[in-house]
Design a protein around this ligand. Structure first.
Ligand code: FCB
Length: 438
């Protein structure tokens, strides 16, 4: 039988992604920790607890990342550790992050660092956080500390993770720790503040490290009408799709915010990105006039808890929609909750195949960071969702490679996805992805 291989470029970055609160453990000083203590906030009353014990021993998982043959890792810094009280910076915490970043470099793994990944120091709430312009000043000061103490070890930066998810879940939904005020008015103020924070951080980093690459990790999710949707549903899906997927990126491009979340120009914002970070998971179907997604189509392949549909075509389309920004693209997150690894091997292969297809069209996709390296605390869904290539036993802290970890290790080692691997890990995909082989 003929064999075929899809090769990736020799300078491609093969990575995994995590965030501080989800893996470090004992982040007692942030708003999520406080939220977890309130009844009914987190599924099954779960708590982050020691999580994956990274504060004491991230290096154990860095060894796994190296064994996976990855050469990149995306992680975030915990602001509440670095600045436990307003304007008080913790040297020991910065030293620990230095050791972690150095530990990645020593293993041949390039770090990409996120400054804000959903968590805030508790004290910031009292100052009004994204409701207040004070936030911009505080965020800039925090960034300055990070740049001064750690900047030499950080070639790639994400200022803010998934700004629109943060906005929707915190200001318009109930999933994330509640701000002082909610609703569209508060969301409008928050998005302005977030854009200003992003711009301030961008310029602060660039001043000291002009060569570094800075962007955001945007959750791009095609929003479509259901198959039987009428004209209004089509119109509505287009509006929501633009708001969720394009509004922020267009604002970063030309400095102007438009649409239902406000109008106006933000000083210093235009052009504040050197690459585009794309977090891609799945799509949503929407019917007028709702904002909550419809159930997935009949026959769709669903992850654990029916949480998301396996929809690889959306990866290619999401990459394509970013081309107009004319910058390199990194897939900063992609993965699914799948404790038994029932779907993950096929999901991984099919999504990498879409990325390979995009690269074959000369689209500038430079790297891929799988979410996630190891099972971790999945926000309002607690420990019920397992996104890790590597499984975690929370009680014993033992790790176990899932089959997809072995699969990913071979892909990363070879910079290639072959029909042999596909046959071994996801045989049903063989006739689809390698038609000549079956
Ligand atoms: C993304 C988040 C990340 C993780 C994955 C599953 O929206 O950025 O922290 O929760 O989803």
């Amino acid at each position: 039988m003929a064999r075929a291989t899809m090769y990736f470029p020799p300078d491609f970055l093969w990575g995994t992604a995590t965030s501080s609160h989800q893996v470090e453990g004992n982040n007692e000083n942030n708003d999520w920790w406080a939220w977890e203590q309130e009844e009914g906030r987190i599924l099954n009353g779960d708590k982050s607890g020691v999580a994956c014990d990274w504060w004491a021993n991230a290096e154990r998982d860095f060894d796994h990342a190296a064994a996976l043959h990855t050469n990149a890792h995306r992680l975030s810094l915990e602001w509440s550790r670095i600045e436990p009280e307003p304007s008080v910076f913790n040297a020991a915490a910065l030293d620990r992050y230095r050791a972690m970043l150095q530990g990645l470099h020593d293993r041949g793994i390039e770090p990409m660092v996120t400054l804000h990944h959903f968590t805030n120091p508790r004290w910031l709430g009292e100052k009004g956080d994204f409701d207040s312009d004070l936030m911009v000043d505080y965020f800039q000061r925090y960034t300055t500390q990070v740049v001064d103490k750690l900047g030499d070890l950080i070639p790639k930066w994400v200022t803010i993770n998934e700004p629109l998810i943060y906005l929707f879940f915190r200001y318009l939904g109930n999933e994330f720790p509640a701000p002082r005020q909610k609703g569209w008015g508060a969301a409008r103020r928050a998005i302005h503040t977030m854009l200003k924070c992003h711009a301030a951080a961008y310029h602060t980093i660039k001043e000291s490290y002009p060569e570094s690459l800075i962007g955001v990790a945007a959750h791009i999710r095609p929003i479509q009408p259901p198959a039987d949707g009428g004209r209004l549903d089509h119109y509505w899906a287009r509006q929501m799709d633009w708001l969720f997927n394009d509004m922020w990126l267009e604002a970063m491009r030309d400095g102007r915010i438009r649409g239902i979340l406000g109008r106006g120009t933000i000083k210093g914002l235009a052009g504040t990105y050197d690459y585009l970070g794309l977090n891609y998971y799945s799509r949503s179907l929407i019917r007028f006039p709702r904002t909550q997604p419809e159930p997935c189509p009949d026959g769709a392949e669903m992850s654990d808890m029916n949480f998301m549909e396996n929809y690889p075509a959306g990866m290619f389309h999401s990459i394509k929609r970013l081309l107009r920004y004319q910058k390199p693209i990194y897939i900063t997150e992609n993965g699914l909750p799948d404790k038994e690894d029932r779907l993950r091997p096929a999901y991984l292969i099919a999504h990498l195949r879409e990325i390979w297809r995009a690269i074959s069209f000369n689209f500038p996709v430079m790297g891929y960071y799988h979410w996630s390296l190891v099972d971790n605390f999945e926000w309002e869904r607690g420990w019920s969702q397992r996104f890790g290539l590597i499984g975690l036993d929370l009680g014993t802290q033992e790790r176990q490679w899932r089959p997809s970890a072995h699969l990913y290790a071979q892909i990363c080692r070879d910079y290639a996805l072959s029909s042999d691997l596909t046959e071994q890990y996801a045989p049903t995909l063989l006739p689809v992805l390698f038609p000549g082989n079956s």
